[in-house]
Ligand binder design. Structure first.
Ligand SMILES: [Zn+2]
Length: 330
Protein backbone atom coordinates (compact mmCIF):
# COMPACT_ATOMS: atom_id res chain seq x y z
CA UNK A 1 0.00 0.00 0.00
CA UNK A 2 2.79 2.42 0.84
CA UNK A 3 4.34 2.00 -2.60
CA UNK A 4 1.12 2.86 -4.42
CA UNK A 5 1.38 5.80 -6.87
CA UNK A 6 -1.90 7.76 -7.10
CA UNK A 7 -3.16 8.68 -10.57
CA UNK A 8 -3.09 12.38 -9.70
CA UNK A 9 -1.05 14.45 -7.29
CA UNK A 10 -2.51 15.25 -3.90
CA UNK A 11 -4.81 18.29 -4.01
CA UNK A 12 -5.21 18.74 -0.25
CA UNK A 13 -2.98 21.27 1.50
CA UNK A 14 -2.15 21.80 5.18
CA UNK A 15 -3.92 24.70 6.91
CA UNK A 16 -2.15 28.00 6.22
CA UNK A 17 0.03 26.43 3.53
CA UNK A 18 2.01 28.69 1.20
CA UNK A 19 3.73 26.86 -1.67
CA UNK A 20 6.51 27.92 -4.02
CA UNK A 21 5.96 31.10 -6.03
CA UNK A 22 6.62 30.10 -9.65
CA UNK A 23 5.09 33.14 -11.35
CA UNK A 24 7.31 34.31 -14.20
CA UNK A 25 6.82 37.95 -13.21
CA UNK A 26 10.31 39.37 -12.65
CA UNK A 27 11.96 36.16 -13.79
CA UNK A 28 15.32 36.35 -15.55
CA UNK A 29 17.56 33.43 -16.47
CA UNK A 30 21.25 33.81 -15.71
CA UNK A 31 23.57 31.51 -17.68
CA UNK A 32 26.27 29.71 -15.75
CA UNK A 33 28.77 27.70 -17.80
CA UNK A 34 29.72 24.43 -16.08
CA UNK A 35 31.87 22.97 -18.90
CA UNK A 36 32.35 23.72 -22.60
CA UNK A 37 28.83 23.70 -24.07
CA UNK A 38 27.18 22.84 -20.73
CA UNK A 39 25.19 25.75 -19.32
CA UNK A 40 22.81 26.08 -16.41
CA UNK A 41 20.15 28.76 -16.94
CA UNK A 42 19.37 29.79 -13.39
CA UNK A 43 16.28 31.69 -12.34
CA UNK A 44 17.46 34.87 -10.65
CA UNK A 45 14.70 34.54 -8.02
CA UNK A 46 14.45 31.20 -6.18
CA UNK A 47 12.49 28.93 -6.32
CA UNK A 48 11.30 29.84 -9.84
CA UNK A 49 12.20 27.33 -12.55
CA UNK A 50 15.77 26.75 -13.75
CA UNK A 51 16.62 25.47 -17.22
CA UNK A 52 19.64 24.19 -19.08
CA UNK A 53 21.44 24.04 -22.41
CA UNK A 54 23.83 21.32 -23.60
CA UNK A 55 25.52 21.57 -26.96
CA UNK A 56 27.47 19.18 -29.16
CA UNK A 57 29.10 19.52 -32.56
CA UNK A 58 25.80 19.18 -34.43
CA UNK A 59 22.93 20.07 -32.16
CA UNK A 60 21.79 21.47 -28.85
CA UNK A 61 19.49 20.16 -26.15
CA UNK A 62 17.37 22.30 -23.82
CA UNK A 63 16.22 21.22 -20.38
CA UNK A 64 12.62 22.19 -19.55
CA UNK A 65 10.35 24.60 -21.38
CA UNK A 66 9.20 27.26 -18.92
CA UNK A 67 5.81 27.95 -17.38
CA UNK A 68 4.42 30.12 -20.22
CA UNK A 69 5.14 30.67 -23.94
CA UNK A 70 6.89 33.94 -23.02
CA UNK A 71 9.27 32.10 -20.72
CA UNK A 72 9.88 29.53 -23.48
CA UNK A 73 10.89 32.40 -25.77
CA UNK A 74 13.16 33.82 -23.07
CA UNK A 75 14.86 30.41 -22.78
CA UNK A 76 15.36 30.32 -26.55
CA UNK A 77 16.80 33.86 -26.50
CA UNK A 78 19.34 32.88 -23.81
CA UNK A 79 20.24 29.75 -25.82
CA UNK A 80 20.76 31.82 -28.98
CA UNK A 81 23.28 33.95 -27.06
CA UNK A 82 25.19 30.82 -26.05
CA UNK A 83 25.10 28.66 -29.18
CA UNK A 84 24.44 28.74 -32.92
CA UNK A 85 23.53 25.03 -32.92
CA UNK A 86 19.91 24.17 -33.69
CA UNK A 87 17.81 23.35 -30.62
CA UNK A 88 17.09 19.82 -31.75
CA UNK A 89 15.92 18.38 -28.42
CA UNK A 90 13.86 19.66 -25.51
CA UNK A 91 13.70 17.40 -22.47
CA UNK A 92 10.87 17.70 -19.91
CA UNK A 93 12.07 16.55 -16.48
CA UNK A 94 8.46 16.27 -15.24
CA UNK A 95 4.98 16.75 -16.69
CA UNK A 96 4.19 19.72 -14.41
CA UNK A 97 3.14 22.86 -16.24
CA UNK A 98 6.04 24.95 -14.98
CA UNK A 99 8.31 22.58 -16.94
CA UNK A 100 6.05 21.88 -19.94
CA UNK A 101 3.62 24.72 -20.67
CA UNK A 102 6.34 26.31 -22.84
CA UNK A 103 6.70 23.20 -25.06
CA UNK A 104 4.41 24.53 -27.78
CA UNK A 105 6.47 27.72 -28.12
CA UNK A 106 9.51 25.77 -29.31
CA UNK A 107 9.89 25.15 -33.06
CA UNK A 108 8.04 22.12 -34.38
CA UNK A 109 11.43 20.71 -35.48
CA UNK A 110 12.53 20.58 -31.86
CA UNK A 111 11.88 17.05 -30.62
CA UNK A 112 10.31 17.02 -27.15
CA UNK A 113 11.59 14.08 -25.12
CA UNK A 114 10.55 12.72 -21.74
CA UNK A 115 9.76 9.53 -19.86
CA UNK A 116 6.66 7.67 -20.93
CA UNK A 117 5.18 8.21 -17.45
CA UNK A 118 5.52 11.98 -17.86
CA UNK A 119 3.80 11.93 -21.24
CA UNK A 120 1.04 9.74 -19.85
CA UNK A 121 0.30 12.48 -17.29
CA UNK A 122 -0.03 15.21 -19.94
CA UNK A 123 -3.65 14.78 -20.90
CA UNK A 124 -5.79 17.34 -19.12
CA UNK A 125 -4.51 20.89 -19.67
CA UNK A 126 -7.40 22.57 -17.86
CA UNK A 127 -6.83 20.52 -14.73
CA UNK A 128 -3.08 21.06 -14.84
CA UNK A 129 -3.54 24.85 -15.15
CA UNK A 130 -5.89 24.77 -12.18
CA UNK A 131 -3.40 22.80 -10.07
CA UNK A 132 -0.44 25.01 -11.01
CA UNK A 133 -2.47 28.21 -10.43
CA UNK A 134 -1.69 27.69 -6.76
CA UNK A 135 1.90 28.66 -7.57
CA UNK A 136 1.06 31.85 -9.52
CA UNK A 137 0.34 34.23 -6.64
CA UNK A 138 -2.08 36.51 -8.50
CA UNK A 139 -0.64 35.96 -11.99
CA UNK A 140 -2.98 33.09 -12.93
CA UNK A 141 -4.16 35.06 -16.01
CA UNK A 142 -0.75 34.44 -17.61
CA UNK A 143 -1.98 30.87 -18.16
CA UNK A 144 -4.48 32.25 -20.71
CA UNK A 145 -1.56 32.24 -23.16
CA UNK A 146 -1.15 28.49 -22.65
CA UNK A 147 -3.61 27.16 -25.23
CA UNK A 148 -1.97 23.90 -26.11
CA UNK A 149 -0.16 21.31 -24.00
CA UNK A 150 2.36 19.92 -26.45
CA UNK A 151 3.24 16.38 -25.41
CA UNK A 152 6.61 14.69 -25.91
CA UNK A 153 7.23 13.36 -29.43
CA UNK A 154 9.67 10.79 -28.12
CA UNK A 155 9.52 8.82 -24.89
CA UNK A 156 11.67 6.28 -23.07
CA UNK A 157 11.11 3.99 -20.12
CA UNK A 158 14.29 3.64 -18.07
CA UNK A 159 17.28 4.99 -19.96
CA UNK A 160 18.05 6.69 -23.26
CA UNK A 161 21.04 8.40 -24.82
CA UNK A 162 21.11 11.35 -27.18
CA UNK A 163 24.16 12.03 -29.34
CA UNK A 164 24.60 15.75 -29.99
CA UNK A 165 27.78 15.15 -32.01
CA UNK A 166 30.85 14.41 -29.90
CA UNK A 167 28.73 14.64 -26.78
CA UNK A 168 26.41 12.08 -25.27
CA UNK A 169 23.55 13.15 -23.02
CA UNK A 170 21.96 10.45 -20.88
CA UNK A 171 18.30 10.51 -19.92
CA UNK A 172 17.23 8.50 -16.89
CA UNK A 173 13.94 7.61 -15.28
CA UNK A 174 14.95 5.90 -12.05
CA UNK A 175 11.37 5.55 -10.82
CA UNK A 176 8.74 7.76 -9.19
CA UNK A 177 9.76 10.53 -6.82
CA UNK A 178 8.13 13.96 -6.82
CA UNK A 179 5.92 12.63 -9.60
CA UNK A 180 5.55 9.35 -11.45
CA UNK A 181 7.87 10.22 -14.34
CA UNK A 182 10.81 12.23 -12.95
CA UNK A 183 13.49 12.43 -15.62
CA UNK A 184 17.17 13.17 -14.97
CA UNK A 185 19.37 14.65 -17.71
CA UNK A 186 23.01 13.63 -17.19
CA UNK A 187 26.07 14.85 -19.08
CA UNK A 188 28.74 12.25 -18.21
CA UNK A 189 31.76 14.17 -19.50
CA UNK A 190 30.81 17.17 -17.33
CA UNK A 191 29.48 15.08 -14.39
CA UNK A 192 26.46 17.41 -14.30
CA UNK A 193 22.82 16.33 -13.91
CA UNK A 194 19.61 18.32 -14.32
CA UNK A 195 17.32 16.80 -11.73
CA UNK A 196 13.99 18.62 -12.18
CA UNK A 197 11.72 18.25 -9.18
CA UNK A 198 13.35 14.98 -8.10
CA UNK A 199 16.35 16.41 -6.31
CA UNK A 200 17.21 19.89 -5.03
CA UNK A 201 20.21 21.24 -3.10
CA UNK A 202 20.85 19.45 0.21
CA UNK A 203 18.80 21.03 2.96
CA UNK A 204 15.79 21.95 0.80
CA UNK A 205 12.48 20.22 1.49
CA UNK A 206 11.11 18.28 -1.47
CA UNK A 207 7.49 17.67 -2.35
CA UNK A 208 5.85 14.27 -2.15
CA UNK A 209 3.04 15.18 -4.47
CA UNK A 210 2.26 11.84 -6.05
CA UNK A 211 3.49 8.87 -4.02
CA UNK A 212 5.13 8.49 -0.64
CA UNK A 213 8.65 8.18 0.79
CA UNK A 214 9.24 4.53 -0.11
CA UNK A 215 9.15 4.61 -3.91
CA UNK A 216 11.10 7.89 -3.76
CA UNK A 217 13.82 6.20 -1.66
CA UNK A 218 14.13 3.34 -4.14
CA UNK A 219 14.46 5.87 -6.96
CA UNK A 220 17.21 7.83 -5.18
CA UNK A 221 19.15 4.64 -4.40
CA UNK A 222 18.93 3.61 -8.06
CA UNK A 223 20.20 7.06 -9.06
CA UNK A 224 23.16 6.87 -6.66
CA UNK A 225 24.06 3.46 -8.07
CA UNK A 226 23.70 4.44 -11.74
CA UNK A 227 25.60 7.73 -11.54
CA UNK A 228 28.66 7.05 -9.35
CA UNK A 229 30.60 9.92 -10.93
CA UNK A 230 27.88 12.55 -10.48
CA UNK A 231 29.33 15.80 -9.12
CA UNK A 232 26.96 18.73 -9.68
CA UNK A 233 23.18 18.96 -9.87
CA UNK A 234 21.14 21.71 -11.50
CA UNK A 235 17.76 21.26 -9.82
CA UNK A 236 14.49 22.39 -11.36
CA UNK A 237 14.20 24.88 -8.50
CA UNK A 238 16.71 26.61 -6.25
CA UNK A 239 20.50 26.73 -6.29
CA UNK A 240 22.89 24.24 -7.88
CA UNK A 241 24.60 21.86 -5.51
CA UNK A 242 26.67 18.78 -4.79
CA UNK A 243 24.81 15.74 -6.19
CA UNK A 244 25.85 13.00 -3.73
CA UNK A 245 25.28 15.31 -0.74
CA UNK A 246 21.81 16.14 -2.04
CA UNK A 247 20.92 12.46 -2.48
CA UNK A 248 22.19 11.57 1.01
CA UNK A 249 20.27 14.45 2.62
CA UNK A 250 17.02 13.54 0.89
CA UNK A 251 17.40 9.83 1.68
CA UNK A 252 17.89 10.67 5.38
CA UNK A 253 14.87 13.00 5.31
CA UNK A 254 12.57 10.47 3.63
CA UNK A 255 13.67 7.60 5.88
CA UNK A 256 12.82 9.65 8.97
CA UNK A 257 9.53 10.88 7.48
CA UNK A 258 8.51 7.31 6.67
CA UNK A 259 9.44 6.05 10.15
CA UNK A 260 7.80 8.89 12.05
CA UNK A 261 4.53 8.89 10.10
CA UNK A 262 4.35 5.08 10.26
CA UNK A 263 4.74 5.20 14.06
CA UNK A 264 2.23 8.00 14.43
CA UNK A 265 -0.39 6.22 12.32
CA UNK A 266 0.19 2.99 14.27
CA UNK A 267 -0.37 4.91 17.51
CA UNK A 268 -3.69 6.19 16.15
CA UNK A 269 -2.77 9.87 16.04
CA UNK A 270 -4.69 12.38 13.94
CA UNK A 271 -3.12 14.32 11.10
CA UNK A 272 -2.74 17.42 13.26
CA UNK A 273 -1.07 15.38 16.01
CA UNK A 274 1.19 13.74 13.46
CA UNK A 275 2.29 17.11 12.05
CA UNK A 276 3.02 18.28 15.59
CA UNK A 277 4.95 15.11 16.51
CA UNK A 278 7.18 14.75 13.45
CA UNK A 279 10.66 16.23 13.65
CA UNK A 280 10.86 19.59 11.86
CA UNK A 281 14.34 19.72 10.28
CA UNK A 282 13.73 23.41 9.53
CA UNK A 283 12.88 24.47 13.07
CA UNK A 284 16.41 25.79 13.51
CA UNK A 285 18.98 27.15 11.09
CA UNK A 286 19.22 26.17 7.43
CA UNK A 287 21.93 23.76 6.31
CA UNK A 288 25.09 25.96 6.11
CA UNK A 289 25.91 24.70 2.60
CA UNK A 290 22.45 25.84 1.50
CA UNK A 291 22.94 29.25 3.11
CA UNK A 292 26.22 29.55 1.19
CA UNK A 293 24.49 28.55 -2.06
CA UNK A 294 21.74 31.13 -1.52
CA UNK A 295 24.44 33.82 -1.35
CA UNK A 296 24.86 33.42 -5.14
CA UNK A 297 21.51 35.17 -5.72
CA UNK A 298 21.43 38.93 -6.22
CA UNK A 299 18.81 39.40 -3.51
CA UNK A 300 19.31 40.35 0.15
CA UNK A 301 20.75 37.33 1.94
CA UNK A 302 18.43 37.48 4.96
CA UNK A 303 15.44 37.61 2.61
CA UNK A 304 16.69 34.59 0.64
CA UNK A 305 17.37 32.58 3.79
CA UNK A 306 14.09 33.51 5.46
CA UNK A 307 12.07 32.79 2.31
CA UNK A 308 13.72 29.40 1.83
CA UNK A 309 13.23 28.38 5.45
CA UNK A 310 9.55 29.32 5.41
CA UNK A 311 9.05 27.46 2.12
CA UNK A 312 10.77 24.34 3.49
CA UNK A 313 8.59 24.36 6.61
CA UNK A 314 5.48 24.57 4.41
CA UNK A 315 6.66 21.79 2.12
CA UNK A 316 7.56 19.63 5.10
CA UNK A 317 4.00 19.93 6.49
CA UNK A 318 2.66 19.03 3.04
CA UNK A 319 4.94 15.97 2.96
CA UNK A 320 3.68 14.81 6.35
CA UNK A 321 0.09 15.29 5.17
CA UNK A 322 0.66 13.42 1.90
CA UNK A 323 2.41 10.53 3.67
CA UNK A 324 -0.27 10.39 6.38
CA UNK A 325 -3.07 10.25 3.80
CA UNK A 326 -1.26 7.50 1.90
CA UNK A 327 -0.59 5.42 5.03
CA UNK A 328 -4.16 5.77 6.31
CA UNK A 329 -5.87 5.18 2.94
CA UNK A 330 -8.06 2.12 2.85
ZN1 LIG B 1 8.86 22.15 -10.80
Amino acid sequence: MTTHIPAREIAERPIGYAGPNLSPTGLRLAPRTLAGGVHALLATIPPKDNNGLVTGRDAALVVDAGITPDVARMIQDRCAELTARPLRYLVNTTYHGDHTFGNAAFPSETVVVSSRANRDNMGDLGYEKQVRSGNMYGDEALFDAVREWRRPNLTFDGHAEIDLGGRIVQLWHFGPGNGPGDTVVYVPDARVAWTGNLLAHAGIAHMLLQGGPQPYLATLRAMREALPDLATIVPGHGPMGDGPAAIDALVAYLERLHAEVTDSVAAGHTLEETIARCTDPWAGELDPTLVAALASYQIPQDQAVHGMRELCRNLHRLNILATYRLYTAR
